[in-house]
Design a protein around this ligand. Structure first.
Ligand code: ZN
Ligand code: ZN
Length: 173
């Protein structure tokens, strides 16, 4: 092998190593799941989180958009974007103070009053949620088409999340 060839091989190896190191330092911000409490909450979370790019995948995938009851906390990064009325059970689950019985009772009563409100527009709320989800999916698909990529499968997202959790020694949420 000529000296030039040896040198070329060496440069090639170094370049490959550098590319590998660069790829390893990129941070994937895709998620296995994103939660919301209602249409306003979903809109607020999407507004805050849907327009970020993922350094690794280009388009950031927030995973399936999943409804959770308002007494349950959102993913940590999304909590400040929750626009729902305060819920002392949720605050408690997030590490806040244990609520007084009277407080949880009052919140429960207010909640049931809202649920049984004859003017409550259940269909309208459901339509809004579906429209927000469709709009988000469209945005993702458009971005992926531009990059010539397919969407990550749920299994692939789960693997990424697990790897990240192990690396950070964190349990997801
Ligand atoms: Zn990613
Ligand atoms: Zn919320």
């Amino acid at each position: 092998m000529s000296n030039l060839q040896v040198l070329k091989n060496r440069v090639f190896k170094l370049e490959r190593l550098e590319a590998k190191q660069r790829a390893a330092s990129l941070i994937c911000t895709c998620r296995v799941e994103t939660d919301y409490h209602d249409a306003n909450c979903l809109e607020s979370v999407l507004k805050a989180q849907a327009n970020f790019a993922c350094e690794v995948h280009g388009i950031r995938d927030l995973g399936p958009l999943v409804w959770i009851p308002d007494g349950m906390p959102l993913i940590r990064d999304d909590r400040k974007f929750c626009v729902c009325p305060p819920n002392s059970g949720r605050t408690w689950a997030e590490g806040g103070p244990k609520p007084a019985f009277e407080q949880t009772q009052a919140e429960l009563e207010a909640k049931f009053k809202a649920i049984f409100d004859p003017n409550r527009d259940i269909q309208g709320e459901s339509d809004r949620i579906n429209a927000l989800k469709a709009q988000y999916d469209e945005q993702i698909e458009r971005g992926l088409a531009r990059l010539g990529r397919r969407r990550l499968s749920y299994e692939e997202l789960a693997k990424i999340e697990l790897k990240r959790a192990k690396k950070d020694r964190l349990v997801w949420v």
